[in-house]
Design a protein around this ligand. Structure first.
Ligand SMILES: Nc1ncnc2c1ncn2[C@@H]1O[C@H](COP(=O)(O)OP(=O)(O)OP(=O)(O)O)[C@@H](O)[C@H]1O
Length: 297
C-alpha cells in the first residue's frame, strides 16, 4: 500500500497547512473490457505541487478528465474542499475553483491571444454575462475581464503577442497561454496536462518558475508529466499510476527510488521508447552481464 500524506507529514517530509484539497475513493472507469482507472483512494495535498506520473496508458488523463467533470466514472466519489463533485459538470467544477489547462485546439489557434484569454473567463461568468439586462453592468464586467487578461499576459510575458493568432505562438508560449487562460477564473486548484511537452530547453526554466509561483501564491497544482527532471525539480508530492491503479506515492526522492516505480516504467514505458540502436546496445549489455532479457540486472 502506498505511503499516505499523513505519514509523510508525521515524518516531516511534507508540510501542509490544512487537510487535502481533493479526497477520492473507489474511482473506476472502464472502456469496454479495459479498466482505465481503478483508484482505491487518492488525496491531493493542499497548497502543494503534485505530479501524477506513470507509463503511457496508465490512466492519468482519464483520471484528470474524471476529476474535472469531463468524463463520468463507472463508480466512485471524490470531493473538492469537502464538497462532493459526483455528477458536477466541468463548467461548474471550474466555477468552484478547480480548472485544468487545455491544449490549443484548431479553433482556439485561429483566435488571437487576447480572445483566448477572454474566453477563459466564460467559465466564471458565461451565460450570466450575456443575459445581463444592463448594458453598463455588462461593459464594466467586460472591462474587468480585459484588465485581468492583460495583467496575466504581462505576468506571462505574452503582452507583446496580445493581438497575434494563438496558432503563431511557439510550443512554450502556447503552454504559457494555456496556464494564463486557466488563471482567468482565479482557481484554487490548477491542473496542468503535460506542461513541458513541446517546450524548448530555453523556456523550460521559465515555465518551471511560473508553476512554482502558482504554489507560492497559495494555489494547489496537480500536473501530469513525462519529463522526470521537471517532476524531480518542482514536485512536493508524486503519485504514480500504472494500469489504472496508484502503485506508489511519496516525495520525489522516495518515489524515484521505489522499485515498484522503476518496474512500472521499465515494464511499460522505457522499453517501448527505446530506439533500435538502444535496443541493440541494451542486448549487448545484458549479454555482457550474462543475463537474458526480462531478468533484472
Ligand atoms: N475514450 C476512450 N475509449 C477507449 N479507451 C480509452 C479512451 N480513453 C482512454 N482509453 C484507454 O484507457 C487507458 C488509459 O488511457 P489514458 O489516456 O488515461 O492514459 P495516460 O496515462 O494518460 O497515457 P499517456 O501518458 O500516454 O497520455 C489506455 O489503455 C487508453 O487506450
Amino acid at each position: 500500500m502506498p505511503a499516505d500524506i499523513n505519514a509523510a507529514v508525521e515524518a516531516g517530509d511534507l508540510e501542509v497547512a490544512a487537510g487535502p484539497i481533493i479526497v477520492g475513493n473507489n474511482i473506476t472507469r472502464r472502456f469496454g473490457g479495459l479498466t482505465a482507472v481503478d483508484v482505491e483512494s487518492i488525496e491531493i495535498p493542499r497548497g502543494k505541487i503534485t505530479a501524477l506520473i506513470g507509463p503511457n496508458g496508465a490512466g492519468k488523463t482519464t483520471l484528470f478528465n474524471l476529476l474535472t467533470g469531463f468524463d463520468r466514472p463507472d463508480s466512485g466519489e471524490w470531493a473538492f474542499n469537502g464538497r462532493s463533485l459526483a455528477g458536477v459538470p466541468a463548467f461548474r467544477v471550474a466555477r468552484l475553483g478547480m480548472v485544468r489547462t487545455f491544449q490549443l485546439t484548431k479553433v482556439l489557434a485561429k483566435l488571437t491571444v487576447i480572445e483566448n484569454m477572454r474566453l477563459g473567463a466564460t467559465a466564471q461568468r458565461g451565460e450570466r454575462l450575456w443575459a445581463a439586462p444592463f448594458r453598463a453592468l455588462w461593459s464594466s464586467q467586460e472591462q474587468e475581464i480585459t484588465a485581468r487578461a492583460d495583467d496575466l499576459l504581462a505576468r506571462f510575458k505574452l503582452d507583446a503577442k496580445r493581438e497575434d493568432f494563438a496558432g503563431s505562438l511557439s510550443g512554450g508560449q502556447r503552454k504559457l497561454l494555456e496556464m494564463a487562460r486557466a488563471l482567468m477564473v482565479d482557481p484554487e486548484l490548477i491542473m496542468l496536462d503535460e506542461p513541458m511537452a513541446g517546450v524548448n530547453p530555453a523556456l523550460k526554466q521559465s515555465l518551471l518558475g511560473h508553476v512554482k509561483s502558482l504554489r507560492d501564491e497559495g494555489r494547489t497544482v496537480l500536473f501530469v508529466e513525462h519529463d522526470m527532471d521537471m517532476v524531480r525539480d518542482i514536485s512536493d508530492w508524486v503519485i504514480v499510476m500504472a494500469q489504472g491503479q496508484i502503485v506508489a506515492q511519496g516525495t520525489p526522492t522516495e518515489v524515484m527510488a521505489d522499485p515498484k516505480v522503476i518496474d512500472a516504467y521499465l515494464g511499460a514505458h522505457h522499453d517501448a521508447d527505446l530506439s533500435e540502436v538502444e535496443q541493440i546496445v541494451e542486448a549487448e549489455v545484458l549479454e555482457e552481464l550474462g543475463q537474458t532479457e526480462g531478468e533484472q540486472p
